[in-house]
Design a protein around this ligand. Structure first.
Ligand code: NAD
Ligand code: MG
Length: 389
């Protein structure tokens, strides 16, 4: 990449866990990247600091109430400012070679789709967008020739060893899962886990929503759906394997018995760097993989009794209920994080939501957004029967 002129990049969700790691790698490679736009929800201080340090052309806050504060903080810098959903769309639509989609949740869908539609190379971390609008996003990418490079470590691993040209040689793929902080907990023990326990992931430091998703294995459910769309595979060709050390990031099994895997230290800067530099590679500060020190890699089957999330994801995919699955999970995670519902209620609540709505096929963005809204509306009523006090 060193010989090429710098590529322009916009980072959606630059203040989050993926966002700050992305900014760190961009800052380490000033000759390779030029920053177009940065966006955040409402962390004005960090957003402004990043925008100034990287000489961004535009900074956007999703929260309209943070607009004045951002404007004042960036006054005199020449950096354009905007806010709200329109501001996010503008950031995604401005010409840039790359767009890092690192907003968390359904809120990232519209800007992510906009970036695909204009043919940008999309570095996809925002899995919820693909879960809710996989058909739409993949079709739009095909039409605009946008490339989608997965940032999620499992999908990034598969992308690195997946023979796209000879797909008939692929038997199945295996997503590995750490099992999260409650891997060895009984159903009963999981009833009483706290917010803090759910947020303490054994191997990864991540945003709050994905940390809870990892503990409930909803994250692996979302990832199963994500993989189905990214790699064009039916649900029955996607397996999940618990691997507590998080060293093998995922695998592709070929019909001749070969299994190709990607390994590395559990550090998101590796998949982010891969997506940033693709098809080249850049150096990262990631700790080198020391297998002798790790000593053992172990594996277990996931337990569908204690972790119903995977089966729910398979049903969601087969019955076209991924929008419902995602919206109910987002509401439930938020309720758990504000200590309104028990941890084990999350999966039960998602199952109830999925049973309460019909599936939605071949939907437009407007139809997907309407269904998301409708499910959330239902959720706030339905959640009442799950409240802890
Ligand atoms: P995070 O909570 O740390 O950061 C989220 C970012 O999105 C922040 O910049 C925040 O300001 C912004 N944001 C939040 N709500 C918003 C809204 N309503 N509108 C616009 N912007 C909003 O989350 P994260 O852990 O960085 O995860 C981001 C995405 O990447 C998620 O979809 C997650 O599943 C995925 N992902 C994360 C990791 C990880 O290690 N953190 C790994 C794989 C995939
Ligand atoms: Mg992952």
């Amino acid at each position: 990449v060193c010989s090429q002129s710098p590529r322009s990049i916009s980072v959606m969700g630059s203040t989050g866990s993926i966002g700050t790691n992305t900014i760190d790698l961009i800052a380490r490679n000033p000759d390779l990247f030029r920053v177009e736009a940065l966006t955040a929800n409402r962390n004005v201080d960090l957003l402004a600091k990043q925008a100034i340090a990287l000489n961004a052309k535009m900074a956007v806050v999703a929260d309209p109430e943070s607009y004045e504060s951002l404007k004042n903080t960036l006054a005199g810098t020449g950096i354009e400012v905007a806010a709200g959903p329109e501001g996010l769309l503008e950031a995604a639509e401005r010409p840039s070679d790359l767009v890092m989609a690192a907003i968390v949740g359904f809120a990232g869908l519209a800007p992510t789709l906009a970036a695909i539609k204009r043919g940008a190379t999309l570095l996809l971390a925002n899995k919820e967008a693909l879960v809710c609008a996989g058909d739409l996003m993949m079709a739009a990418a095909q039409q605009s020739k946008a490339r989608i490079l997965p940032v999620d470590s499992e999908h990034n691993a598969i992308f690195q060893v997946f023979d796209f040209e000879r797909k008939s040689g692929i038997e199945h793929i295996t997503l590995t899962a750490s099992g999260g902080p409650f891997r060895l907990f009984s159903q009963d023990q999981m009833k009483h886990v706290t917010r803090e326990e759910a947020l303490a992931h054994p191997n990864w430091v991540m945003g709050e929503k994905i940390s809870v998703d990892s503990a409930s294995m909803m994250n692996k459910g979302l990832e199963l759906i994500e993989a189905a769309y990214l790699f064009g595979l039916p649900e029955n060709q996607i397996k999940v394997l618990i691997h507590p050390q998080s060293i093998i990031h995922s695998m592709v099994s070929y019909v001749d018995g070969s299994v190709l895997a990607q390994l590395g230290s559990p550090d998101m800067r590796t998949p982010i760097a891969y997506a940033l530099a693709w098809p080249e590679r850049i150096k990262t500060p990631v700790a080198p993989l020391d297998l002798a020190r790790i000593g053992q890699l172990t594996f277990e089957e996931p337990d569908p009794e204690r972790f119903p999330a995977l089966d729910l994801a398979r049903i969601a995919l087969n019955e076209h209920k991924t929008v419902i699955f995602n919206a109910a999970n987002e509401v439930a995670v938020e309720a758990f994080l504000s200590e309104k519902i028990n941890f084990i209620s999350i999966a039960r609540f998602v199952a109830e939501a999925m049973g309460s709505f019909p599936g939605l096929e071949e939907a437009s963005l407007v139809e997907i957004m309407d269904l998301d809204k409708e499910v959330r509306y239902w959720c706030y009523e339905a959640l009442k029967t799950y409240l802890v006090n």
